[in-house]
Design a protein around this ligand. Structure first.
Ligand SMILES: Cc1cc2nc3c(=O)[nH]c(=O)nc-3n(C[C@H](O)[C@H](O)[C@H](O)COP(=O)(O)O)c2cc1C
Length: 621
């Protein structure tokens, strides 16, 4: 591949994509329909929607006028399956296979968008707003997710159309490795895998390390519960990672790369294999790239889905074919990583930032985000939030903006209680911190952390002690057992948390829990144990009254902990008998049109009575 050939592919493909880019040109289609085929939308029959539309276009012989293409995640999972019709960018949400016919007949043939299938907030009296003007999108800034939802991830040409592999050409032909590292350093990019270590500095250490063979590795293990940004990048824009890894190889002096991706991500694995094969076929990967004499090979290594294998030293063990267990640092990976050779390890999202930094420059990157955390961050917004999905915002955006303006607030009129950031290593932030501009340092200063970007919103029906127990349960399962503080300490912490949620704890247990947490945090071998107590620390600090209520008053204020919860039937009961008929242990007595009563001894606190009561007469205390 030469730069002339790359430019030709770009020009030709841009013409073919013209409708998608907002205008109709003679070389383009009348309509381009992009259907989300990410894991979420596909499992919700998005794939069937696309197949049906393709069949209809084929049956009418309209392949040259209407293009139906797959694309990656649009981010707005709560509105999925999503499809967007260009050039107008009409945003159809929650589409079912049976809706395909109407969209085809009325919009693609009849030129009249189907109003009742359009995302409601985008319907104005006299017009329909395009996708990017939906409240969910208009506060976002896309660098990492620039192509997901826009291009067909199976098409290398479409990646090239969006300036793909131009950054690689630039570094190989116009920059020395040192200049590449300098640009990345100047950009201030910090690793998006959790720790926030400066990426350029990491590259510099690996370049400076002495070694006949060096390696470049991509961490696509993504084990944090609730996080799926890495998967979406790999499924929706795999070449953004591949191109950056080749650039990294050139910068540090490596000719071999590995992507460590969990086997539970079959979509990402498939897409990566396909993308690597396509890049090789175009000569963008392999030997003598762009005729510069630079060689770079890339292979996948599949992980079995152990959380600890995301930790750098454990990941390296796993790639080498051993059981994934961390080791003591130093030596750092830059000195002794894979097969004890200098190795640079970066996260998927970190890589996805590289090509834009090279093409637009470090100064441009620094105009986005905060001084110490430039750029954007992708968050996986989940839990008790209306607009569940992936959100990419400039660093420094406040939690309030994310939760209320983008996330659409808390469902069912409930109150916000807390947001958990940083996955199992993070902490729970309260309403007092909703206006904190979030970046690496601010999140740490309020007792949480960025982690990989999981953001789980909790409403006032959440028990914070139970949340803490949940994360500790996860950590106990995932601890590799190599070091005693993590193996034993987290187990003992879990036991105490269980005692508290069961109403069996005494005040001394709280002191023991805190002391244990401190020991585990200080004495563990790797980041898993070091950060495992974070949810405990943050909930004990921010929700001390809830711990007190469980331990002293033997009450769960949120009504979550079964042993501390009682169901009562109030005199609002209309005697419909529904609760008694549905109770699985027949512990409710009463006759028609009479007040019913729950036998507290026999009640198993399953909550069925409250769920089925038509007048809300059953309350939980
Ligand atoms: C228990 C544990 C799990 C981790 N899991 C991941 C992961 O799934 N993906 C990731 O990129 N980093 C993960 N990390 C962080 C990595 O060790 C490492 O810091 C990161 O991959 C470096 O890339 P970055 O500098 O681009 O962030 C994990 C760390 C720990 C302690």
């Amino acid at each position: 591949m030469t730069i002339e050939q790359l430019n030709q592919i770009q020009a030709r493909t841009l013409e073919a994509m013209s409708a998608r880019l907002g205008k109709r040109t003679p070389g383009g289609y009348k309509y381009e329909v992009m259907v989300c085929r990410d894991t979420g939308c596909s499992s919700n029959k998005g794939d069937k929607v696309m197949e049906r539309l393709q069949d209809l276009v084929r049956e009418r012989g309209l392949e040259h006028e209407i293009s139906i293409k797959r694309t990656g995640c649009f981010g707005f999972c709560a509105a999925g399956p999503i499809l967007v019709v260009y050039p107008e960018g009409t945003f159809y949400s929650r589409i079912k296979p049976e809706d395909a016919q109407r969209i085809f007949e009325e919009h693609l043939i009849g030129d009249a968008p189907v109003k009742d299938l359009i995302y409601p907030a985008n319907i104005l009296e006299d017009k329909f707003l395009p996708l990017h003007e939906a409240p969910f999108y208009k506060y976002q800034k896309k660098i990492v997710l620039r192509n997901t939802g826009l291009i067909n991830p199976e098409s290398l040409d479409e990646y090239i159309a969006m300036d793909g592999y131009q950054a690689l050409h630039k570094v190989l032909t116009a920059m020395t490795p040192e200049e590449v590292i300098e640009e990345v350093k100047k950009s201030g990019l910090r690793g998006r895998g959790g720790a926030g270590f400066p990426t350029g500095l990491k590259w510099q250490y690996t370049r400076e390390a002495v070694g006949d063979q060096k390696y470049v590795v991509c961490n696509a293990d993504e084990g944090d519960p609730g996080a799926f940004m890495d998967r979406s990048v790999l499924e929706g824009d795999p070449h953004s990672v591949i191109e950056a890894m080749i650039i990294n190889g050139y910068a540090v002096g490596a000719d071999q790369g590995y992507i460590y991706v969990r086997a539970e991500y079959p979509g990402a694995v498939h897409r990566l294999n396909e993308a690597i094969a396509n890049a090789k076929a175009y000569g963008l990967l392999g030997q003598n790239i762009f005729g510069t004499g630079f060689n770079f090979e890339l292979e996948l290594r599949l992980g079995a889905g152990a959380f600890v294998c995301g930790e750098g030293t454990a990941l390296v063990q796993s790639i080498e074919g051993h059981r994934g267990m961390p080791r003591v640092k130093p030596p750092r990976m830059a000195q002794a990583g894979l097969w004890l050779k200098p190795t640079v390890l970066n996260n998927v999202e970190t890589y996805a930032n590289i090509a834009p930094i090279i093409l637009k420059g470090a100064d441009w990157f620094r105009t986005i985000g905060t001084e110490k955390s430039p750029g954007t961050k992708v968050f996986a917004l989940g839990g008790n939030i209306n607009n569940v999905g992936l959100v990419e915002v400039p660093m420094g955006t406040t939690l309030r903006q994310i939760i209320y303006e983008i996330g659409g607030g808390i469902p069912n009129g409930r109150q916000f209680k807390a947001v958990q950031t940083g996955g199992p290593s993070g902490g729970c932030i309260t309403a007092a911190h909703l206006d904190t501009p979030i970046d690496f340092d601010n999140l740490t200063s309020i007792g949480s952390m960025m982690g990989s970007g999981g953001m789980i919103v909790m409403d006032d029906h959440t028990c914070m002690v139970d949340v803490s127990r949940f994360y500790m349960d996860f950590i106990v399962e995932e601890s590799c057992g190599k070091c005693t503080p993590c193996r034993e300490g987290t187990k003992r912490m879990l036991e105490i948390l269980e005692k508290i949620t069961e109403g069996k704890a005494v005040e001394e247990d709280l002191t023991t829990l805190h002391e244990l947490a401190e020991t585990v945090a200080h004495a563990s071998l790797c980041g898993l144990g070091e950060s495992a107590p974070n949810p405990v620390f943050s909930t004990m600090a921010n929700f001390a009254d809830e711990y007190h209520a469980h331990v002293v008053d033997k009450k769960c204020p949120a009504g979550v902990c079964t042993e501390l919860t009682t169901y009562f039937i109030t005199d609002q009961c209309i005697g419909c008998t529904k609760c008694a008929r549905n109770c699985p242990v027949s512990c409710i007595s009463g006759t028609v049109k009479q007040l019913h009563v729950i036998d507290q001894e026999a009640c198993i606190k399953c909550g069925t009575c409250a769920e089925v009561c038509p007048v809300g007469a059953v309350i939980r205390r």
